[in-house]
Design a binder for this molecule. Structure first.
Ligand code: HEM
Length: 169
């Protein structure tokens, strides 16, 4: 059986070694050791998401306040890319598959998410181009890792328990 990482690489077209090239340098330090570039990126990203002309995609985020979504995202990016553990200090382990379980993280949703993220990166001058390319590989691989995790969770739900009819009533 293929692992979630293998599926993520196959579906995203990004090898794990390219996705995790974000760990070769401390991106947080390279970007000046401040949260500002990450705040800029997540603000640009969610401004696009919450204004998306595609209602099906916009509605996935309808239960979250935009300000909260921005903070959740940039705090995670800061800690994942070498900065202080802002996200975990506030919310615990990121557990991304589990935290995305309520949402329809389909192939189509991943492509839309990545479309907005590419545009958000394009409009964030505080991040230099070589870092943008590394980030995008990580985002692409992670997006499809989440799609694979979402499919796995849904398949597990569909398999009926073999003891279903044998339980005492
Ligand atoms: C949260 C959807 C990909 C990281 C969320 C939320 C939604 C969502 C609806 C809730 C917003 C909030 O309240 O924070 C999606 C969809 C994706 C996707 C449809 C398509 C594949 C990603 C990727 C990453 C990521 C690629 C990381 C690289 C996060 C984080 C949170 C979050 C850190 C905050 C979780 C929390 O604190 O509850 N996502 N996401 N997401 N997402 Fe995604």
């Amino acid at each position: 059986m293929q692992s979630l990482q293998q599926k993520a690489s196959e579906w995203s077209g990004v090898a794990a070694s390219d996705a995790f090239a974000i760990d070769e340098t401390n991106i947080f330090n390279v970007l000046g050791g401040s949260i500002e570039p990450f705040v800029d990126l997540s603000t640009n990203f969610y401004n696009r998401v919450y204004n998306d002309e595609e209602e099906w995609f916009r509605s996935i985020f309808a239960r979250s306040r935009k300000e909260d979504a921005i903070r959740n995202q940039y705090e995670f990016f800061v800690q994942r890319m070498g900065g202080p553990p802002l996200y975990s200090n506030r919310k615990g382990h990121p557990a991304l598959i589990g935290r995305h379980r309520p949402f329809p993280v389909t192939h189509e949703a991943a492509e839309r998410w990545l479309h907005h993220m590419q545009q958000a990166l394009d409009s964030t001058p505080s991040i230099d181009p070589a870092i943008k390319a590394k980030m995008m590989n990580f985002f692409r691989h992670t997006a499809f890792f989440l799609v694979a995790g979402n499919e796995m969770a849904r398949e597990a739900k569909e398999v009926p328990c073999k003891h279903k009819n044998k339980l005492p009533v």
